[in-house]
Design a binder for this molecule. Structure first.
Ligand code: ADP
Ligand code: ZN
Length: 739
């Protein structure tokens, strides 16, 4: 349509766009589009916001300028990054709807340009690659340097300017001169590939019969090119990775893309090496440690399709894939998939949703599926594949309990005599042992033996954890650090401070005393040296350079240590102590995972679990290996109580620096709640951690039947609620991880 310019201010901006800004707002703001600027829905733009500039995404574009368009501010410019596809925008709208997070924040999860504006972004973009080649005519003036360039360019090849200069031993100004005179011509070059393309047939695995059947089912799902979800439930070491690699291969053969989500991507060098061995090239890695230009390149590569496989942390869910065929969620039961601030979402669940928007096939893999996925599979909502045995005739470890009431460790020690004996046997056989204790630092609590003073975090309702390696007392919730004093700050007595309970550092001290001359290593997410060092240390364990590994849950997940045949769990009761209904599930998963590290190589493994309550249902399930029974009982408990996935649950957390203010507002909210049929509102009560970072927290829990529109209910309630005082925050957590 051609507009004849009407004589009013609108003539310069014939169209308007609604732009979603990366801020805590649902609303998209209208801007005018300057003449000559072509914009479409999904484009990333720079716009004025008050006195600043910001970036935003065009959510809707209007062909006609509406009422009042003349007063609108104008879009400053379009930023040359991949636009948000319609599917992506629908996905973001859906997340905002489901989590009740402001749409602007949901959009920001996918934003890959600095919010400040265009300049920074320009630095991230790849400069275009330009080649040069001989064009024909000889230069008017010949010099020795020019002659060398022409000799080097003789065979008609295309060179990068820099390479040609180096080849001829001249500076690039010589080449520029020849380009100006037309002796050399420039040629645009395609961008460098970000990563080499994986080859689906590089090194095909020889699968067992069970594996082959499962792989074929996954390949068929990929070939359907339609939305489906498959739960791959296979015991540790059954070859789940091997099997889902075949689904990745199928996506590659179809010329399409695959995303593999992992809970701890920064640490999975073993995974990357395995992928490379299978496909001849690494996947593109995506996590918070990938920064700058590399980040921009991978992002652009997923949009133009040159990046074929991404392995990433939960944020990879928001990458602009051009043609996504497959999403794998590895270790789908992991709590690390839950993002718990900003937009509060569960990456496994959002992966399923993204899969639906992309019409992709989704694979959830785990040895210990979440209750939610298990129920979905049982009820036929998900397809279900089972790998009940370890690959290659290897057996699952034999698991026994050490009843600490009968076999206590010596005073001030944590490794019981039966476990000491088992470690010795293992080491004498030239094998490795893992001692698992899910507590970072030296001791979880420090107290004064004289006056009883306990060291608490000033900002959180938590004890300070003694970290001897760092010579500090540290809060694991807010990061508060203080020096461990020599004198009790409460009573002034010297040398009365005592460490209570074990952490991995303290366990390492004990290991050094009990197993002298053995090579021991502590592996914990806060080990000095960061991710690189941890990767190296995991590799050292895999290579057999370590005798005893002392580790937190970091070592429980997915690693393959072929020489490891003994796992000792120092304290199985830690996780069962709190009242959270998910505690059983979580402890079961952790125990299965960590004991599953044993015996993955040629020799069989075993596990010893130290506990005060060997008759606890979770421990009975682990010890008997009766996994089916554990799930059946846990599912029955959830069903009975109307807990997820049989009912729906949301938390509303009110937090603020003033305890009374936060509590009062939470009470006011509770009074506003109208509880229709099938809705129960509980609380407010102090949140599981009553104070974090100096903010007091109160939680309301909303439980509804599955048939209730939980989001509509919450929205209506929160809209009727009184405005909260400025210092308070109200966060909604749909499907909270802890109940
Ligand atoms: P899971 O992910 O179920 O724990 P993995 O895929 O890591 O299992 O496999 C466990 C071990 O067995 C790995 O070392 C893997 O290389 C090996 N493995 C599994 N399947 C095969 C196969 N078909 N051929 C060769 N090795 C295999
Ligand atoms: Zn703290």
């Amino acid at each position: 349509m051609i507009h004849s310019a009407p004589p009013d201010p609108v003539s310069n901006c014939p169209r308007t766009v609604d732009v979603l800004l990366p801020v805590a707002l649902d609303k998209a703001y209208s801007y005018a589009v300057p003449e000559g600027m072509a914009l479409d829905a999904g484009d990333v733009v720079r716009v004025p916001l008050g006195k600043r500039e910001t970036v935003g995404v065009v959510w809707t574009a209007h062909a006609e300028a509406g009422e009042g368009a003349g007063g609108l501010k104008r879009v400053i410019g379009r930023i040359d990054v991949p636009p948000y596809s319609e599917r992506m925008r629908a996905f973001i709208d859906w997340i905002a709807w489901y989590t009740l997070a402001p749409r602007g924040l949901a959009m920001r999860l996918a934003l890959r340009v600095p919010e400040g504006g265009g300049e920074d972004n320009a630095r991230l973009l790849e400069p275009p690659r330009i080649g040069v080649r001989r064009a024909g005519d000889s230069p008017a003036r010949m010099t020795p340097a020019r002659a060398r360039v022409l000799a080097a360019a003789m065979n008609g090849h295309v060179f990068l300017k820099r390479d040609l200069a180096r080849e001829a031993g001249v500076s690039t100004t010589v080449i520029d001169g020849l380009i100006d005179e037309g002796t050399l011509e420039t040629v645009p070059l395609p961008p460098m590939p970000v990563v080499l393309p994986p080859d689906p047939d590089f090194a095909r695995a020889k699968l067992s019969d069970v594996q082959r059947a499962a792989a074929e089912a996954l390949r068929a799902a990929v070939r359907e090119a339609a939305f489906s979800v498959t739960l791959v439930e296979g015991v540790t070491g059954s070859g789940k990775t091997e099997v889902y690699f075949e689904a990745v291969a199928e996506a590659l053969r179809a010329g399409r893309q695959a995303l593999i989500l992992m809970p701890e991507i920064a640490l999975t060098s073993q995974f990357l090496a395995r992928f490379e061995a299978r496909f001849g090239a690494k996947p593109a890695e995506w996590h918070s440690g990938v920064t700058g230009r590399k980040r921009a390149r991978i992002h652009a590569g997923t949009a133009d399709g040159t990046v074929r496989v991404v392995a990433g942390a939960r944020s990879a869910l928001f990458m602009p894939f051009r043609d996504l065929a497959l999403i794998v969620v590895d270790e789908e039961h992991e709590g690390a998939y839950k993002q718990d601030d900003g937009v509060i979402y569960h990456a496994r669940d959002m992966a399923v949703v993204r899969g639906r928007f992309e019409q992709a096939s989704v694979v959830l893999a785990s040895a210990t599926p979440s209750i939610e996925s298990k129920v979905n599979a049982d009820r036929g909502r998900y397809r279900h594949l089972l790998l009940p045995e370890r690959f290659g005739g290897r057996t699952l470890p034999e698991i026994r309990a050490v009843d600490l009431r009968r076999h206590p460790a010596e005073r001030g020690r944590w490794i019981s005599p039966p476990l000491v004996a088992a470690v010795n046997e293992t080491l004498e056989a030239g094998e490795q042992a893992l001692l698992f204790l899910n507590r970072r630092g030296y001791a979880p609590l420090t107290l004064c033996r004289h006056c009883g003073h306990r060291f608490q975090c000033p900002n959180c309702s938590a004890w300070l954890v003694d970290h001897r390696f760092r010579r500090a007392l540290v809060c694991h919730h807010c990061g508060h650090v203080e020096r461990r004093p020599d004198v009790c700050p409460a009573c002034g007595e010297a040398d009365t401070l005592a460490a209570c309970g074990p952490g991995v550092e303290r366990l390492a001290e004990e290991v050094a005393e009990v197993f002298p001359d053995r090579r021991a290593i502590v592996l914990s997410s806060d080990s000095p040296g960061g991710a690189e060092r941890i990767r190296a240390e995991l590799q050292a364990v895999a290579d057999g350079e370590v005798d005893i590994v002392i580790g937190t849950q970091l070592v429980a997940k997915g690693h393959n240590f072929p020489g490891l045949t003994l796992v000792g769990v120092i304290d199985a009761d830690v996780g069962l102590a709190n009242g959270d209904p998910r505690a059983s599930e979580r402890t079961f998963q952790l125990m299965q995972q960590v004991t599953g590290r044993a015996g993955r190589g040629d020799r069989p493994g075993r596990a010893l679990i130290q506990t005060m309550q060997p008759d606890h249902p979770v421990l009975r399930a682990i010890l008997s290996g009766d996994v089916a029974r554990f799930y059946a009982e846990e599912i029955a408990v959830r069903e009975e109580a109307g807990l997820p996935p049989f009912g729906r649950l949301a938390g509303i957390i009110v937090s603020g620096p003033d305890r009374a203010e936060a509590e009062n507002y939470a009470r006011a909210l509770a009074r506003m709640a109208q509880a229709p049929a099938h809705v129960v509102v509980l609380g407010p009560a102090e949140a599981p951690l009553a104070m974090i970072r100096g903010r007091y927290r109160f939680r309301l829990l909303v439980r509804t039947a599955r048939t209730v529109d939980l989001q509509a209910y919450l929205r209506d309630w929160l809209e009727r609620a009184p405005r909260h005082p400025a210092k308070l925050r109200v966060a909604v957590d749909v499907d909270p991880y802890s109940f």
